[in-house]
Design a protein around this ligand. Structure first.
Ligand SMILES: *Cc1c(COP(=O)(O)O)cnc(C)c1O
Length: 368
């Protein structure tokens, strides 16, 4: 079974062995405050710094999911004004979660003209504050529609805004190089680009974020950032952690190349996918009107999730046909549920699998 689902997504096949190793060697039965377990946490954190090129003065904690990270940011890091700029369903969902905790938080859709203008007014007020207050929440890679926030745009926001910037990088961390210094908080769950089973998330935060957390001093939750930080400093966790997931993460990190190399490969594959849909498929006379890229502006296009649009009937038909051929495409999401399919461009997917899907699509558009 070949899967291009953008989460849960293809797991590295080696994970089957790593999981068996963890159980057989007794790692999954280790007390999480024992030296043996703490060594695994320490090594996992070290490897995250090394392989993902995370600056040494950024802290790393492991939690359960990206959704948990949304709440951690809202509980432990958000002071007065919080602004969410989003471009799709996950970003909107994050705003909804924040507003349940912090009803004053505001958000806007960067792809909607009217919403953008309103949001921009809040943004301009925020950047004029000189006391370092305020939080801006951004989604680096919007998995629902295959849009991305470029590092250049993030750089600009960083230059203009003196508060805390938190970035959801769930479907891009470990798939592309991130410019860590341009934000204070980054997080991702591992079932996307890390190629692991769900149930674990990586939370990266700067010293500035920690200072903000200390000022807010939220200690009302088991997952208050201060508790998490105090525990992780000793390579422990406030609660019994997902030991199996942490061990598999450590083993996968040992296996993967440094992020610069992964980034180059992701970029080349993304370019090839976009060329494929823009040029190659459209050379056949019938296909042009049936499938097209959802995001027309090249600068907005994600490098790790490609969204392809078509009529409801065409989307349904191609999903069924691929399924019969043993290939799973990602369903559409949110408002694009029935009119798009998505292709994950995640590191665990092999060149052979990509070729298999391209061959299928070529053939499909010729014979349909
Ligand atoms: C998948 C995803 C999430 C949710 O991750 P969970 O691990 O289910 O909490 C959040 N944001 C983005 C952009 C995602 O792709």
């Amino acid at each position: 079974m070949t899967t291009f689902y953008p989460g849960p997504s293809k797991v590295y096949p080696e994970v089957a062995d790593y999981a068996a190793e963890a159980v057989r060697s007794g790692i999954t039965s280790l007390n999480h405050r024992s030296a043996g377990f703490m060594d695994i946490v320490r090594e996992t954190v070290r490897l995250l710094h090394e392989k993902l090129d995370i600056p040494t003065d950024y802290h790393i904690a492991l939690v359960s999911s990206a959704t948990e990270c949304w709440e951690i940011v809202a509980q432990s890091l958000t002071d007065k004004t919080t602004l969410h700029a989003y471009s799709g369903a996950f970003g909107k969902k994050w705003l909804d979660y924040t507003q349940r905790i912090n009803p004053q938080a505001v958000g806007f859709n960067t792809l909607d003209k009217q919403s953008y203008e309103q949001g921009n007014a809040v943004y301009n007020a925020l950047v004029h504050k000189t006391d370092g207050s305020g939080t801006i929440c951004l989604v680096q890679n919007e998995t629902s529609n295959g849009t991305q926030l470029t590092m250049n745009k993030l750089l600009r926001i960083r230059r203009e805004f003196g508060g805390i910037i938190a970035v959801d990088a769930v479907s891009s961390m470990a798939g592309i190089a991130l410019d860590w210094e341009q934000a204070d908080v980054w997080f991702a769950s591992v079932q996307k680009c890390f190629g692991l089973p769900a149930g674990l998330a990586v939370l990266v935060y700067s010293s500035r974020a920690l200072e903000r957390a200390e000022r807010i001093n939220d200690r009302a939750h088991y997952n208050s950032l201060l508790f998490i930080h105090e525990n992780f400093r000793q390579f422990q966790t406030p609660y019994t952690p997902n030991g199996l997931g942490i061990y598999c993460l450590m083993r996968v990190l040992q296996q993967v190349p440094p992020i610069a190399k992964v980034d180059a490969r992701t970029q080349a594959r993304a370019d090839a996918w976009y060329t494929f849909f823009e040029n190659e498929l459209n050379q056949t006379p019938t296909s042009e009107s049936r499938f097209r890229l959802l995001i027309t502006e090249p600068g907005l296009r994600s490098r790790t999730v490609i969204a392809v649009e078509g009529s409801e009937a065409d989307i349904k038909a191609i999903k069924e046909a691929t399924k019969e051929a043993g290939i799973t495409l990602g369903n559409g999401y949110g408002q694009w549920k029935n009119t798009t399919f998505r292709i994950a461009n995640f590191p665990a997917i092999t060149d052979d699998e990509i070729e298999q899907l391209k061959a299928f699509l070529r053939n499909y558009s010729l014979t349909f």
